[in-house]
Design a protein around this ligand. Structure first.
Ligand SMILES: Cc1cc2nc3c(=O)[nH]c(=O)nc-3n(C[C@H](O)[C@H](O)[C@H](O)COP(=O)(O)OP(=O)(O)OC[C@H]3O[C@@H](n4cnc5c(N)ncnc54)[C@H](O)[C@@H]3O)c2cc1C
Length: 446
C-alpha cells in the first residue's frame, strides 16, 4: 500500500488484546476474514497465572480423591445450569463448542500450551494450594499432581523472599492422601548473592535464559534432590522467552521432569502468554493497531484508534473488565467505548438498578458470598451480541467476549480465561460469518 492510499476495508475489528480478543481475531481469521485488532496495553490476561481455568468441580468435598473429581466440561455444564446469568448458560447450545474452542486455542498457541486432557490438571500455587486448570503452559504440565509417580521435590531459592518451598510443600502434603505425590522441600543455592534475594520474577526469568544458566540451575537441583524424586517444582520464573527453552534445558541437566508453579502477580507465565498471543496474531496475518480507541459508534462506521481510522463490517468488543478497562467505575459502572449498559452481577432486570449505585455498595461482607461488583459486565444474547437499554441487541454486527461480559466472577468460579476462550471463539466466528455474509449486500451502519 503506498502512502496516502486508503487502507482496504476490514471484515472484523477486534477491540482488546487479551486472550478473548486474540482468540476472537484468530477464529475470525481462520474463517477467511480480514481482521485487525486494536489494544492500548496488556490487560488481565498478562497478569494471570498463565493457566486456563474453565471450571472446577464445585460439588467435590475436600476429601474427595483428585482423580474422582469432575472434568472441566461437566463442571462447566453444571455451573451454567446453576447460574443462568453465567456466560456458560447464556451461550446456550454454544457451550458445546467448549472442547473445540480449547483445542483451537491450544493449537494456535501450540509452542506455549500443552494439549488439554479431559480432566483438569491439578497445579500448585505459590501458597501450596492445588488449582484445577483445563489448559496449562508446557512448562507447568509435569507438575500435575496426578502425573508425578514418586516424590515431588519442591525447590526454592535459598534466601530469596519471593517463594517459600516449605510453605508450598506443606500445603501440597494435604493432597498426598487424595492421589497427589509426597512433596519434599529443597533449597537451591541460586540467586543467593548480595541483593539477589529481592530480584523480581522477570529478572530471575531473564537470568536463567543465557547459555549455561539453566544448565547450572539443573545441576544444583540434581545435587539437592531427595531420594525417590520423580519430578521437581520450581518458582514460576523458567524464562520469559519460549525460545530460550529454559524448562527443557533445566530438566535435561537435573535428570528429571521439572515444572514451574502457577504465576502470581507480577506473573512471568502471564507475560509469556501475552507475548505468545501477539506473535501468533502477527503470524496469522491479523493487523495489530496500538493505542486507545478514541472514537467508536458502530460497526460499518469509521473507528478512530491509535491515530488511524478503521472500518470493518463487524466488531468484537473484548476490552476486559476493571483491569483491562472494559468496565469503568466513575461513581457508577459504565462501559466506556460505546456506552453500553452495564449490569451488576445477580441483578434482577426487573429489580433495583444495582449498577447505578456507587461501586463500593456492590460488595458483600462474606468473602465467599457472590459479589455483584466482581460479576458486573454486559448482558448479551446467545450469539454474544450486547444488549442495549431496551433488552435487544445494540447492533446486529456487534459481538462481545471475555471479561467484559457480566455474570461470571473469575476469582470465585475459576472461569476467567476459560470464558475468554469460549466466548472469543464463538464471537470471532460469529463476527466473521456475519460480516462476510453481509459484505456482498453492502453494509448499513445499523
Ligand atoms: C491478577 C489476575 C489473575 C488472574 N488469574 C487467572 C488465572 O490464573 N486463570 C484464569 O483462568 N483466569 C485468571 N484471571 C481472570 C482472567 O485473567 C480474565 O478473566 C481474562 O484475562 C479476561 O481476558 P480478556 O481478554 O477479556 O481481558 P483482558 O486480558 O483484560 O484484555 C483487555 C484488553 O482490552 C484492551 N482495551 C480495553 N479498553 C480499551 C480501549 N478503550 N482501547 C483500546 N484497547 C482497550 C486492553 O488494553 C487489553 O488489551 C485473573 C485475573 C486477574 C486480574
Amino acid at each position: 500500500m503506498s502512502p496516502g492510499e486508503p487502507a482496504p476495508p476490514l471484515d472484523v475489528l477486534v477491540l482488546g488484546g487479551g486472550l478473548a480478543g486474540a482468540v476472537a481475531a484468530l477464529a475470525a481469521r481462520e474463517r477467511g476474514a480480514r481482521v485487525a485488532l486494536v489494544r492500548r496495553s496488556p490487560g488481565a490476561s498478562a497478569l494471570s497465572s498463565g493457566a486456563v481455568g474453565v471450571a472446577w468441580d464445585a460439588d467435590a468435598l475436600p476429601g474427595d480423591p483428585l482423580r474422582a473429581r469432575r472434568g472441566w466440561l461437566e463442571s462447566a455444564r453444571r455451573l451454567g445450569a446453576r447460574r443462568p446469568e453465567h456466560p456458560y448458560a447464556v451461550v446456550g447450545e454454544g457451550l458445546r463448542e467448549l472442547p473445540a474452542a480449547l483445542a483451537f486455542a491450544a493449537s494456535e498457541l501450540e509452542a506455549l500450551l500443552a494439549p488439554p486432557l479431559e480432566r483438569n490438571r491439578f497445579l500448585a500455587t505459590a501458597h501450596g494450594a492445588a488449582l484445577g486448570a483445563a489448559l496449562c503452559q508446557r512448562s507447568m504440565a509435569a507438575g500435575d499432581l496426578l502425573e508425578v509417580r514418586g516424590r515431588l521435590a519442591v525447590a526454592g531459592f535459598r534466601g530469596h523472599l519471593g517463594w517459600d518451598a516449605r510453605l508450598v510443600a506443606g500445603g501440597l502434603a494435604r493432597y498426598a492422601p487424595l492421589g497427589g505425590p509426597e512433596p519434599v522441600a529443597v533449597e537451591l543455592d541460586l540467586f543467593a548473592g548480595p541483593g539477589e534475594g529481592l530480584l523480581r520474577p522477570h529478572e530471575l526469568a531473564r537470568a536463567l535464559e543465557p547459555p549455561g544458566a539453566a544448565e547450572e540451575a539443573g545441576r544444583r537441583l540434581r545435587e539437592a534432590l531427595p531420594a525417590g524424586a520423580a519430578a521437581a517444582l520450581l518458582p514460576p520464573v523458567l524464562g520469559l522467552r519460549l525460545e530460550a527453552r529454559v524448562p527443557e534445558r533445566l530438566s535435561a541437566a537435573a535428570g528429571l521432569p521439572v515444572a514451574e508453579l502457577l504465576g502470581d502477580v507480577p506473573s512471568v507465565p502471564g507475560l509469556r502468554l501475552q507475548d505468545a498471543m501477539e506473535r501468533r496474531l502477527r503470524q496469522a496475518g491479523v493487523e495489530l493497531v496500538e493505542g486507545p480507541v478514541e472514537r467508536a459508534e458502530a460497526p460499518g462506521l469509521a473507528l478512530l484508534a491509535g491515530g488511524r481510522e478503521l472500518v470493518a463490517g463487524a466488531w468484537v468488543l473484548a476490552t476486559g473488565r476493571y483491569t483491562g478497562g472494559g468496565v469503568a467505575r466513575r461513581g457508577r459502572l459504565l462501559e466506556p467505548v460505546l456506552g453500553l449498559p452495564v449490569h451488576a452481577g445477580g441483578e434482577d432486570p426487573a429489580g433495583p438498578r444495582l449498577h447505578a449505585r456507587p461501586p463500593a455498595a456492590l460488595t458483600r461482607a462474606g468473602c465467599f458470598e457472590p459479589q455483584p461488583l466482581l460479576a458486573a459486565g454486559l448482558r448479551v444474547d446467545p450469539e454474544l451480541r450486547p444488549l442495549g437499554e431496551d433488552g435487544r441487541p445494540f447492533h446486529p454486527r456487534l459481538f462481545a467476549a471475555g471479561g467484559v461480559l457480566g455474570g461470571h466472577e473469575p476469582a470465585q468460579d475459576g472461569t476467567g480465561l476459560g470464558v475468554a476462550i469460549l466466548t472469543g471463539y464463538v464471537a470471532g466466528r460469529g463476527a466473521a460469518f456475519t460480516s462476510l455474509r453481509c459484505a456482498g449486500s453492502g453494509f448499513a451502519s445499523r
